[in-house]
Ligand binder design. Sequence first.
Ligand SMILES: C[S@@+](CC[C@H](N)C(=O)[O-])C[C@H]1O[C@@H](n2cnc3c(N)ncnc32)[C@H](O)[C@@H]1O
Length: 276
Amino acid sequence: MPPANPFLDQEQIRGTLYSGPERLASRTGALLEARTSGTPVVEVLADLLRTWLALPVPDAHLLDVGCGRGTTSRALAELGPASLVALDLSPGLVSTTRSRLPPGGRRAAVCADFHRLPFGSGTFDATIAAFCLYHSSDPTAVIGEISRCLRIGGVFIAVTKSVDSYRELDELLTDIGLTSNTASQPSLYAAAHSENIHALSAPHLEVGQLLHEEHRFRFETLEHLAGYLATTPKYTFASSTGSDRQRLTEELRRHGCATPVSASSTVSYLVGVRHE
Ligand SMILES: C[S@@+](CC[C@H](N)C(=O)[O-])C[C@H]1O[C@@H](n2cnc3c(N)ncnc32)[C@H](O)[C@@H]1O
């Protein structure tokens, strides 16, 4: 039987990964701190919206699905759209997003499953799905649902990562003997990634643009590296190490892990337009 992908495991999605903001904040915080090149995602999203929306952003009704802690939602709200709805499966993260949205304007954070969006057809001018479609075992169905909720001429922007993202960390952990089966595990991004996002979207939308940008990361200290490794679900460490950052730092040191550690990931943006 092939090894399970934790990003598709409903128990992990609803439980350890996303029940509250802490683990997601540590994972993305460790990556952001390590990033040495790559345009901030929110800047690319703002440019794509301005390019592809058929109306000015202040007149647009936006939806951010799989909003997590609301980092992207907050940046979208700061563009001053006519309205913004942020949506996530996790009640804890919806509540965090609500508290992080800037005050004023028509803003809402709602708890729902992106496979069944609680909106009428043709409600939004643009929908963003950043780093979340790879949590669905049927991303094309999610994109179909998103397309239904777009007006004719409305814009979908998906952001995802390459299937081989952070492979340098897999190799490192195998080389130092801290994990043994990492290379044979499926990519966390297997369901919706840079290489298949076009094929996943094409049944529902006209693909207008596909952009790829390599992001590079450099973890200067073992503690910083452990902060990422302990919060990504790909790696299973000995039960004595678990997901404890301090213990993992000590284990990395004991296994002779040298710093700095470099890694890379391609971030991809797909723009699709609803034509009928
Ligand atoms: C990595 S986070 C997204 C981060 C966020 N989009 C951002 O740009 O900061 C992935 C999110 O997808 C959400 N998610 C997973 N499955 C979902 C589903 N079926 N419906 C809605 N949200 C889902 C998770 O709860 C999690 O908050």
